[in-house]
Design a binder for this molecule. Structure first.
Ligand SMILES: [Cu+2]
Length: 169
């Protein structure tokens, strides 16, 4: 019995070796498939209704994110800018901090562009966490209509780490 088993295994190995040996040379036949690929790669248009990020064209306002274990705040907390300006939030202390907008409070007319201008969102209109000092997060307000936009830090919302951006025309 053992001998028969070994013989079967041995023959299988030999067959496998024979089958794979001689077929590998014409590897270049794969490149002949390429003429079909340009059409397939070209079919990736943006989704209908998608909004592209608009880079800022105006000034940049810096906002510090500060926490000392008992008090957490944006400094300044109230910011007035024009459409096209840029806001740069800078992690100073007490992180992690982030910049979030309540999707229910952002006007529908502004939401798509604001979302397009916010990179690396954790969820809808929720910016990424900044852990280390001098980490920064910027949002361009290009294409954002005039209005009032409340924002907050997700980890410290209960500590009233909130602010308001007033965008003027
Ligand atoms: Cu915070």
């Amino acid at each position: 019995m053992r001998l028969n088993g070994l013989a079967l295994i041995a023959s299988a190995v030999v067959l496998g070796a024979c089958g794979g040996g001689g077929d590998k040379s014409p590897g270049k036949t794969d490149t002949a498939v390429n003429p079909a690929t340009p059409s397939s790669t070209a079919v990736t248009p943006p989704a209908a209704g998608a909004v592209a990020k608009k880079p800022a064209t105006g000034k940049t306002v810096e906002v510090k994110m500060i926490g000392d274990g008992t008090t957490y705040k944006f400094d300044p907390a109230n910011i007035t800018i024009k459409t096209g300006d840029n806001i740069k939030w800078i992690m100073v202390s007490g992180g992690p901090h982030n910049v979030s907008f309540d999707p229910a409070e952002v006007p529908a007319a502004a939401k798509a562009q604001l979302s397009a201008n916010m990179e690396n969102q954790m969820s809808e209109l929720m910016g990424p966490l900044l852990q280390n000092a001098n980490e920064a997060y910027e949002i361009s307000f290009a294409g954002i209509p005039a209005g009032t936009y409340k924002f907050h830090c997700t980890p410290h919302l209960a500590m009233n780490m909130v602010g308001t951006i007033t965008v003027t025309p």
